[in-house]
Design a protein around this ligand. Structure first.
Ligand SMILES: [Zn+2]
Ligand SMILES: [Zn+2]
Length: 446
């Protein structure tokens, strides 16, 4: 081959879009590797020091410090302990990336050297064990890694990035609280919103995506069943709220099986029941806590109405006066299903594939878990959002579970132990690539 034609080929390949893509992806990979020791230290600190919803004081201070060190302009205490970091880099689109920060009231049983041994106060002042059992410590580490990568790659993009640490996700309150506190009026309003969530069923090194509906509506329901208490040996002189609660629990199973279309997802779970103090006393009341999940608003409303109706019907059948009909309280009316904007998801999936290879990106089905991430896009006019799943399971544990059929510890389990290094590196590589591509996409249209 003659020298001039060789030069031609080299020049052509250097200036082809494919080369540029590979070049950015490999630069991001180099940064993810280089930054990992720092992110590992951050992750293990967060994992060992979880804070509960609305109590994320030290976590948010650390997030603020890390974002400042990455060159962001940072505001703290937005909607509680929310943190907002802004990095402006010329004209272009605005992208918001969100990580949630709260842990859960669970006693960790992973046996990891950096396991949480923390007992702390919840927002009602009660002592609770605490654990990052939902991987929010992974989310923060990826957010900071991505922030540092974006800062180092400033010559590769134009626009504005807004990186937020969100409090109180586990209570489905933090996103709404940050919006109410001026997330889009005090700070640049985003064109797109991105997030990721740790997956306890995908191996580390892989990511999953789910276009359109991905996570469900959620409502927490508190029911107080009243009765007329008395001696356990004279039940005929009482109205027993324990028997009434037993009827109630079995009756509400028919909401899903008999009142909801089999083609519509719906879950009614009684997660807690408390009543009575002794063998031979019929109590005055029993308290129940339920979680409801659905996708359509119609199913959500129908489930709530049916619970109220069944409560009323059972109280009438028991001969209770109206003043003693069960009290039904609905919490968190804002827990809407997460809808991943299909066009945005398509763009993000392209970036994910170019960052870590086509074989490491899987389409996954929707689940009935819930997240308040979707709330961030439910404004007027709406903002497209996309949240993808980040694999966190050690490959050998994943293989073993596939071979034996044994269930892996799910999210919210005291045994959930994500593998930090490949998970966080994959998170940083994919999220940085997605943000850079979206900003480039925006500047092309200008
Ligand atoms: Zn969770
Ligand atoms: Zn979570």
């Amino acid at each position: 081959m003659k020298i001039p034609s060789l030069i031609c080929i080299i020049l052509l390949s250097v200036f082809s879009p494919n080369f540029a893509q590979k070049d950015i992806s490999s630069q991001i990979s180099v940064i993810a590797e280089k930054e990992y020791p720092r992110l590992d230290e951050l992750y293990k600190y967060l994992h060992a020091n979880p804070e509960l919803s609305n109590m994320e004081k030290n976590t948010s201070a650390r997030v603020a410090k890390e974002l400042r060190e990455a060159g962001f302009e940072v505001t703290e205490n937005v909607g509680g302990y929310g943190v907002v970091g802004v990095l402006k880099n010329g004209e272009g689109k605005t992208i918001l990336v969100r990580a949630d920060m709260d842990g859960l009231p669970i006693k960790e049983e992973t046996g990891l050297p950096y396991a949480s041994k923390i007992t702390t106060k919840d927002d009602k002042g009660t002592d609770q064990p605490a654990m990052h059992a939902c991987g929010h410590d992974i989310h923060i580490s990826v957010l900071i890694g991505t922030a540092r990568a974006m800062s180092q790659l400033k010559n590769q993009w134009k626009g504005t990035i807004v990186f937020i640490g969100q409090p109180a996700e586990e209570k489905v309150q933090g996103a709404y609280a940050m919006l109410k506190d001026g997330l889009y009026t005090r700070f640049p309003r985003p064109d797109y919103i991105l997030g990721l969530h740790a997956s306890a069923s995908l191996p580390a090194g892989k990511v999953g995506y789910c276009p359109e509906y991905a996570l469900a509506n959620v409502n927490s329901v508190n029911i107080t069943v009243y009765g007329e208490g008395g001696h356990g040996a004279y039940p005929h002189t009482t109205k027993d709220p324990i028997v009434l609660s037993a009827y109630l629990i079995t009756q509400i199973q028919t909401i899903v099986s008999r009142q909801t279309s089999p083609l519509e997802p719906c879950v009614v779970t009684v997660g807690s029941i408390h009543g009575g103090s002794k063998h031979n006393i019929i109590p005055n009341e029993v308290k129940l806590q339920l979680t409801l999940r659905s996708y359509s608003e119609k199913v959500r409303q129908n489930t709530i109405e049916s619970i109220k109706q069944i409560c009323k019907g059972l109280a009438i059948a028991a001969g209770l006066p109206e003043s003693k009909f069960p009290k039904v309280e609905i919490e968190n009316e804002t827990g809407f299903a997460l809808y991943n904007n299909p066009e945005l998801t398509e763009k993000v999936v392209k970036s994910l594939k170019s960052a870590i290879g086509e074989n490491n990106v899987e389409k996954v089905p929707p689940v009935m878990a819930a997240e308040d991430f979707g709330e961030l896009g439910k404004v007027e006019p709406p903002i497209p959002v996309c949240l993808y799943w980040l694999g966190t399971v050690a490959q050998e544990k994943y293989n073993e579970s596939q071979a034996t059929g044994l269930q892996l510890p799910p999210l919210h389990s005291s045994l959930y132990a994500p593998l930090p290094e490949p998970s966080i590196k994959t998170g940083v590589k994919t999220m940085t690539k997605a943000v850079i591509d979206l900003l480039a996409d925006g500047s092309k249209k200008k």
